[in-house]
Design a protein around this ligand. Sequence first.
Ligand SMILES: [Fe+2]
Length: 248
Amino acid sequence: MPTRRDILAGAPVLGVAALGIAAFGSSRAHAGDTKAADTKSTASAAPATGPFTLAALPFNDTELAPFISQNTLSFHYGKHHAKYVSKLNELYVGNEALGTTTEAIAKATYGDKDHVPLYNNAAQAWNHTFFWNSLRKGGGGVPMSGKLSDAMKTAFVDADGFKKALREAATGQFGSGWAWLVSNGGKLSCVKTANADSPLWTGAGTPLLCIDVWEHSYYLDYQDKRFDYVNAFLDHLANWEFAEKNYG
Ligand SMILES: [Fe+2]
């Protein structure tokens, strides 16, 4: 039987599809979906041309509107995420010894100047699957009770304190990157990362929730108003069920 850690890392046979969706078992997720044809999304998806496949979106591609439109998803998921996965399959040839999961490859190549393209595509494949699972229709706000809620009160005092911290991380990231709610031994904080980096391998903490702040994630819906996109995530999309499972 695979351990939770094995599933989190993504079994080779499932590739990136195992990450996040199978691992965290959201009721909205399709555990183990590996075929683009199975996705609820109508967005185009990259054909599986290697061991890594594009995970199905854990929601219908129309149900996050108006906060994230079907049009944005058709590019963000159907083009950008799909391209990271297909490029990863291309670059993986000859580099199989570096790992069999996106997480393992990203960890093995982080900071390695000889494997920058492989790192970027493996890391972005992992980050995007984590991001899709960080979203849900009718999300947002903060958890009202439970272990994560208690930890959030300790770290941020109240909902406004949390929103301010994540908003500062997300809007303070210069250029492309990500903002994350992370746990360090149970202690919570909000951090930002540049480009394809994730706290999971930079050492900044265990990711609980993230928001993609690359321009491709919001420009069609919000143009240059990253602040408004981040607020939409905070008020309407943040998937606390997913965060709670990650907090353990
Ligand atoms: Fe993205």
